[in-house]
Design a binder for this molecule. Structure first.
Ligand code: ADP
Length: 399
């Protein structure tokens, strides 16, 4: 059974075609600059080089049709006809309080996703455009919506409410939702499997450290807290996002600089994080690592501040769960940045864990990286959101 996994943004569309029977990725790709001049489609069939094509894609439907053409191309395609696509799994960013798990998409679900759009105005409408384009081109193929927020819906009220007038929750559903849920769920489950334990017996902290970054507390298989909030801006210091700040800073800087609320949001989303902290060096941890190694103080400060914030969240979630058995690193930085893992782990010895420098000296592999006999285990588990979406799609539509 082949599942097409679609992650549709406002001007881009990422996809993978997965054979769900053997979990082989048959092809993957990316359409960029949809609706803008200078469009580009990158397509990579399994075991072959990337094929890059300059092609304008005025609409998302055009982008999806290019993807389908590439997948069925006589030369570089991986399937003979569209009939070999058995289901489509869509990543949907915000499921609000309506969706606590993945669902088969029908008209009612589409309306409900639209209703969540005010909570994610940049993401949900774009995700839905992807859904509608696929429905137009593959009207008889079952489709599933997998939500970034769903895994976090088990959080208790005390974790998801903010200390602001309750009427804003009642009227507008202002609360913590959390994101990266597909990754947190996958990585928490893999952590338990990898250690040969039942997740129901474990307290796990998952650190999803990518360009966007979040931490979650997974107690006995259920998410009880997570660092992102109403939007993905809260929590950790990220590539370009500020994470937690004193909310009064927004009004203070806006007044000094003559900025509007939406301009301030742009500062906090796009110009902050390690990019802003390093005084503009880079949002990429490889660049920052190199700059710090060659003595750049601003880069060093950005990396120190980043690691300190992650360690503080781990401490908070160990308290939230009254203990922790495993702390798992994942995503671009978590999987690949050896020195960031060391820096974060240096704050955690009070928990009864010590990083093993030799075991930690690797990238992108599943591994325990704490010393033998550590009370709390440290792990690296590469995340695989697409595979998780494909599995959830199969689980809902059947083989
Ligand atoms: P996104 O949130 O965009 O999906 P990723 O999970 O791909 O982000 O993570 C991107 C981050 O991972 C970048 O900051 C990049 O520097 C970092 N990263 C990737 N590979 C390495 C590496 N080998 N060493 C250090 N950092 C890395």
């Amino acid at each position: 059974m082949n599942v097409l996994v679609i992650n549709c943004g406002s001007s881009s569309l990422k996809y993978q075609l997965i054979n769900a029977d053997n979990e082989e990725v048959l092809a993957k790709g990316l359409c960029e600059r949809i609706g803008i001049d200078g469009g580009m489609h990158t397509y990579q069939p399994k075991g072959a080089d990337k094929i890059k094509t300059d092609v304008d894609m005025p609409t998302h439907t055009k982008a999806v049709s290019l993807v389908l053409e590439a997948l069925t191309d006589a030369k570089s395609g991986v399937i003979k006809s569209l009939g070999e696509i058995d289901a489509v799994g869509h990543r949907i960013v915000h499921g609000g309080e309506k969706f606590s798990k993945s669902v088969v998409i029908d008209d009612e679900v589409i309306t409900a996703i639209e209703e969540c759009s005010s909570l994610a105005p940049l993401h949900n409408p774009a995700n839905l455009i992807g859904v509608n384009s696929c429905r137009e081109l593959m009207p008889n193929v079952p489709m599933v919506a997998v939500f970034d927020t769903a895994f976090h819906q088990t959080m208790p009220k005390k974790a998801y409410l903010y200390g602001i007038p309750y009427e804003y929750y009642r009227k507008y559903k202002v609360r913590r939702y959390g994101f990266h849920g597909t990754s947190h769920e996958y990585v928490a489950n893999r952590t338990a499997e990898f250690l040969g334990k039942d997740i129901k017996d474990m307290k796990i902290i998952v650190c999803h450290l990518g360009n966007g970054a979040s931490v979650s507390a997974v107690c006995h298989g259920k998410c009880v807290d997570t660092s992102m909030g109403l939007t993905p801006l809260e929590g950790l210091i990220m590539g370009t996002r500020s994470g937690d700040i004193d909310p009064a800073i927004i009004g203070f800087i806006a007044e000094k600089e003559g900025l509007s609320i939406s301009e301030m949001e742009t500062v906090l989303n796009k110009k902050s994080g390690v990019l802003g902290l390093s005084d503009g060096i880079s949002s990429d941890f490889r660049d920052l690592g190199q700059a710090a190694d060659s003595g750049n103080e601003a880069a060093k400060t950005a990396l120190d501040t980043y690691a300190y914030r992650v360690a503080k969240y781990i401490g908070a979630y160990a308290a939230a769960m009254n203990g922790v058995d495993a702390i798992t690193f994942t995503a671009g930085v978590g999987e690949n940045n050896i020195s960031a893992r060391v820096q974060i782990s240096e704050y955690l010895t009070y928990l009864g864990t010590q990083i093993d420098i030799q075991k930690n000296d690797m990238r992108g592999e599943e591994a325990v990286i704490s010393k033998d006999g550590s009370k709390v285990q440290l792990l690296v588990i590469p995340t695989d959101e697409e595979m998780s979406i494909a599995r959830q799609t199969v689980a809902l539509v059947g083989r």
